[in-house]
Each structure stands twice: as structure tokens, then as C-alpha cells.
Design a protein around this ligand. Structure first.
Ligand code: NAD
Ligand code: GLY
Length: 369
């Protein structure tokens, strides 16, 4: 029998409440372990598990069966894909809640990647003006980023994550063993967000990643667990300082303004979020170099580590005007000015509009037709 392994638990401090991130291994496949971990955080009797058609056959049954001993459990299985991160899917969750006459005592459980997590959180934030939810992230990306910190929402045809709410979960349960079934491309997408933390916050973590990425890519769960723990700690620290992104939290969006252009322009789901962030981080690094902050060697180092993670370092061809127009929808735009996260050096990021916008056009034009 495979024994569950407990790695660590961290606490996220927020204005509404504090909550734990529990990092384990094998909770998903032991009959009762995942349910045992989340049960104490379920307030009432009603539970709606929200998942998708890919994750459901893998991890739903054990969780549903075990929770059903104690709670009234219903399931909402959504179609899989970023292109379904929209109002229609949210309506599907509301329909499931209404059909069961579930009320304010309900707890929603997000079982899946960032798409399921963001949508379940948004449904929880808005159903009856707000009910509890729990995150069980099953992709590396959602374990290191999206399940923590309470950003929830859906896409609009003209912009990523344009509709949403800040709504914190009651707990996060990250089981490393779920990564065994994750496609390699999705693992790499998560590694992009891990590299992001190193680039914006901690050069020594980049050195650690350069040494440990091969083990992570080979699915060494203990090393992945260590990386998840470090990233969740970085994120918990940032969220505790700036839950609603009026300052330091914006730095977590390094590469995202460029990346969102790619995701929106190429059609949701064609470039994975992490892949778009990887190419976006290269563009942000190149702009940082043009401004005179990063050196050529630092940009080369960033590209090398992304390649080690099997990630793209070149965005698709997009016209400069199209890119600038899409950037104009970014949530960080202030007084009509595009603001970007740029690097003064590796591990030192700033949010700024204080750069020559011609240089931005120069970076974008390198990748236009
Ligand atoms: P995803 O949710 O689409 O999951 C990726 C794919 O893996 C999907 O096909 C999914 O069904 C499948 N999958 C999930 N777990 C699996 C498992 N254990 N085994 C096999 N397949 C599995 O994508 P993602 O990368 O997890 O999340 C991306 C989303 O997260 C984007 O919408 C992005 O905007 C959002 N995001 C949100 C935040 C935030 O702070 N809220 C942060 C970063 C990203
Ligand atoms: N992923 C960025 C944030 O949570 O703020």
C-alpha cells in the first residue's frame, strides 16, 4: 500500500480569514485521505464538487464517495479547456446549485487545474453573494499559483480574466501525486510560473531551479513538493501584504501582459497560459535590457532556464498595433498608460510606465510579420 506523505502546511493571512495550504503526496489515491484533509473545512452539510471531464475520471470518485458518508455531495462536471472559462460554465455551476436547492451553507470544492479553480471560486464568490470554497489544485500551475490568493474569474472574448472577484478559499490541498497523470506540456506550463517567482523575487531560487529542473521534469515528487512549497510561501507573503493588488502583488504578473496578448490573439487554449507567460517573460526581459537594466547575459540566462523547462521563448507573430491594442485592455493600465512589470536585475522586479514606449514597440516589432 502506498502511504500518504505529508510535506508541509503553510498559512495564508488575508483580511477575511487565514487559511492553510497543505502539501501532500498520495492523498488523491488513498481512499479517504483527500476527503479527510478537506472535511474539517466544510462548514455545513452541502457540498458541490466542481471538476471537468478530464479530471473527473482520475480523482473524483474517491473524494466523492468518502465525502458522501458525511455530507450531501453533488458534482458538476464542466467541459475541459480555457475556451470554456466563460459565463456559460459559471451558469452550469449555478444551475447545479439551484437544482439541489443548495443554500448559503454550501461549500464548493474545485477539483482540477486553474481553469476549474478560477471558475469555481468565482461561482462561490457570487452565488448568494458569497459561499465557501476549497481548492484541490491538480496541475503544477494551479498548485504554485492560481489556487492561492483568491483571484477568481472568467475570460471575456476581448481579454483574459476580465470578469471576476477576489474571494479566498477555506483551504488549499495540493497533492503532488496528481502530477503523475499530468501531460508533460502542462507540467512545463507550471514550471513557467515557478521560474516567474525566481525572476521577480529571488535570484538564489533561480540557481536552485537551474540545478533541480531536470529532477522536476522527471517527476521527482519530493523536489516538486519543495518547489511548490517555496512558491506558495512567496505568494502567501505577497498576498498578506497586498491582497487586492494595489501594489506589490502586481509583480506576480511578470510576463503576463505580453502573455495575455498571445493567449487572446491566438484563441484561448491554443497557447497554454504558462507557455504564453514564458514567451511574455522573454519579451519583458528584452525590454528590460533595452532600457539598460538587464544585461545580455541575464537575458540569455532567463532563456536558458525556460528552455530547460521545455518552454517557448519566442511568441507567435502578432502585429505591433494589435498587440498594443490588446495591451490597452490590461488591468494594470492606469490613466490610459500601459504599465509593465520589468526587471531591474534577476530577482528585482518593478511595475512601471516610466520607459520609452518606442522601446516597447521595438520589442513587439521583433515578433511582428
Ligand atoms: P487547466 O486548468 O486548463 O489544466 C490544464 C489541463 O490539464 C486541462 O486539460 C486539465 O483538464 C488537465 N488536468 C488537470 N489536472 C490534471 C491531472 N492531474 N492529470 C491530468 N490532466 C489534468 O490549466 P492550468 O494551467 O492549471 O491553469 C491555467 C488557468 O489558470 C488560466 O485560466 C489562468 O488564467 C489561470 N490562472 C489564475 C491565477 C490566479 O491567481 N487565479 C494564476 C495563474 C493562472
Ligand atoms: N497570479 C497572479 C496573482 O495571483 O496575483
Amino acid at each position: 500500500m502506498t502511504m500518504p506523505v505529508f510535506y508541509d502546511a503553510l498559512t495564508v493571512h488575508t483580511q477575511s480569514h487565514d487559511y492553510p495550504i497543505v502539501i501532500t503526496e498520495n492523498a488523491a489515491i488513498e481512499n479517504s485521505s483527500m476527503a479527510q484533509q478537506v472535511a474539517p473545512y466544510i462548514g455545513g452539510q452541502q457540498v458541490l464538487i466542481v471538476t471537468n471531464e478530464t479530471v473527473a475520471p482520475l480523482y473524483l470518485k474517491a473524494l466523492e464517495d468518502e465525502l458522501s458518508v458525511q455530507f450531501t455531495v453533488r458534482v458538476c462536471v464542466l467541459p475541459d479547456g480555457e475556451q470554456y472559462k466563460n459565463q456559460t460554465s459559471i451558469d452550469q455551476i449555478y444551475d447545479a446549485l439551484m437544482a439541489e436547492h443548495f443554500n448559503r451553507d454550501v461549500t464548493l470544492i474545485a477539483l482540477g487545474g486553474g481553469v476549474v479553480g478560477d471558475m469555481t471560486g468565482f461561482a462561490a464568490a457570487s452565488f448568494m453573494r458569497g459561499v465557501n470554497f476549497i481548492q484541490i489544485p491538480t496541475t503544477l500551475l494551479s498548485q504554485v499559483d492560481s489556487s492561492v490568493g483568491g483571484k477568481t474569474g472568467i475570460n471575456h472574448a476581448q481579454g483574459k480574466n476580465m470578469i471576476g472577484a477576489f474571494w479566498q478559499p477555506q483551504m488549499v490541498l495540493a497533492d503532488m501525486s496528481t502530477l503523475k497523470t499530468l501531460p508533460a506540456r502542462e507540467l512545463s506550463a507550471g514550471i513557467a510560473e515557478i521560474i516567474k517567482y525566481a525572476l521577480i523575487m529571488d535570484e538564489t531560487f533561480l540557481t536552485w531551479l537551474e540545478a533541480n529542473l531536470p529532477a522536476m521534469m522527471a517527476l521527482d515528487l519530493a523536489v516538486l513538493g519543495e518547489a511548490v512549497k517555496r512558491c506558495c510561501q512567496y505568494k502567501a507573503d505577497v498576498v498578506a501584504q497586498d491582497e487586492r493588488e494595489s501594489g506589490v502583488r502586481a509583480l506576480l504578473n511578470f510576463g503576463h501582459t505580453f502573455g495575455h496578448v498571445i493567449e487572446t490573439n491566438e484563441g484561448y487554449g491554443n497557447w497554454l497560459h504558462g507557455e504564453a507567460v514564458a514567451a511574455g517573460m522573454v519579451q519583458a526581459a528584452e525590454l528590460s535590457q533595452k532600457i539598460g537594466w538587464l544585461t545580455h547575459d541575464e537575458v540569455a540566462r532567463i532563456k536558458r532556464v525556460l528552455i530547460l523547462g521545455n518552454l517557448p521563448i519566442t511568441p507567435p507573430v502578432i502585429e505591433v498595433e494589435t498587440a498594443l491594442n490588446l495591451m490597452g485592455h490590461d488591468k494594470k493600465v492606469k490613466h490610459g498608460q500601459i504599465r509593465l512589470i520589468l526587471l531591474k536585475s534577476i530577482g528585482d522586479a518593478v511595475l512601471t510606465n516610466d520607459f520609452d514606449h518606442e522601446l516597447l514597440s521595438e520589442v513587439l516589432s521583433q515578433y511582428s510579420a
